[in-house]
Design a protein around this ligand. Structure first.
Ligand SMILES: NC(=O)c1ccc[n+]([C@@H]2O[C@H](COP(=O)([O-])OP(=O)(O)OC[C@H]3O[C@@H](n4cnc5c(N)ncnc54)[C@H](OP(=O)(O)O)[C@@H]3O)[C@@H](O)[C@H]2O)c1
Length: 213
């Protein structure tokens, strides 16, 4: 089994690659700078430039059971840059016959779940949305690019704040939106959820909220 990973040089992306390797899943990484893979390079079967031409991207994607996006915008990322990049890769995925996509977004983009505390809804969430407004705008554009494609079998994972405990892979998942009381999840748990998504037909064409389990 093979997956194609965007954002494999990032903190979560490297964990996705590592856990995929442990599960015996081959990985093709589409990256802008292979050096940023570091030791993760050893765990990747193929590295292709993310800005390669369409024929090269299509060949890199061919045979993958899924495309995974762990791309993350920075505050200074020009609006639409990552959404445009994702759309271009989706077109190559389409040509390669890859219709399953798992993409990481962010919990605060979703409306707060019923049952969430008033303090969180009125004070904490608006403050988080203000601070990360530009990143969430880009992630929302990426999510919209996925949801707009007819026939695409997407799962959008929306985690809250990411933490770095390497050991803790447990998470809880809420189909449709953020988990009540979910304030953090580990990047290792998020990476596990990405790979678990491959065997979750009930997460198909769903936004799935995540939280520490
Ligand atoms: N940080 C949080 O608390 C938090 C909370 C909720 C959701 N999220 C989301 O969770 C996901 C994983 O987060 P993370 O902190 O693990 O990610 P990260 O370490 O910031 O990695 C981001 C990845 O995106 C790639 N990337 C960014 N801009 C790119 C561009 N223009 N072209 C090609 N690649 C580009 C980076 O490549 P380079 O290595 O080449 O830069 C890197 O591989 C992201 O979608 C993030 O938005 C984060």
């Amino acid at each position: 089994m093979k997956i194609c990973v965007l954002g494999a040089t990032g903190r979560t992306g490297k964990l996705v690659v590592g856990q995929a390797h442990e599960r015996g899943i081959d990985v093709t990484a589409l990256v802008r700078d292979p050096a940023r893979l570091g030791p993760t390079r050893e765990l990747v079967n193929d590295v292709t430039p993310i800005d390669a031409d369409d024929a090269v991207l299509t060949a890199a994607l061919a045979g993958s059971v899924a495309l995974v996006s762990a791309l993350g915008p920075l505050r200074e990322t020009p609006r639409g840059e990552l959404a445009g990049l994702l759309t271009r890769i989706l077109e190559s995925a389409d040509r390669a016959g890859v219709s399953r996509v798992v993409s990481i977004s962010a919990a605060p983009i979703s409306p707060p779940p019923a049952g969430e505390s008033a303090a969180y809804r009125r004070v904490v969430l608006p403050a988080i949305r203000r601070v990360f407004r530009l990143q969430y705008q880009e992630l929302a554009l990426m999510d919209a690019a996925l949801m707009a494609r007819p026939g695409l079998d997407w799962t959008i994972l929306r985690p809250p704040r990411l933490t770095n405990s390497a050991a803790a892979q447990s998470y809880r998942a809420e189909i449709g939106g953020p988990a009540v009381g979910g304030r953090t999840v580990t990047r290792a748990g998020l990476a596990k959820a990405v790979l678990d998504s491959l065997a979750r037909p009930d997460w198909s064409r769903q936004i799935v909220g995540l939280a520490a389990g």
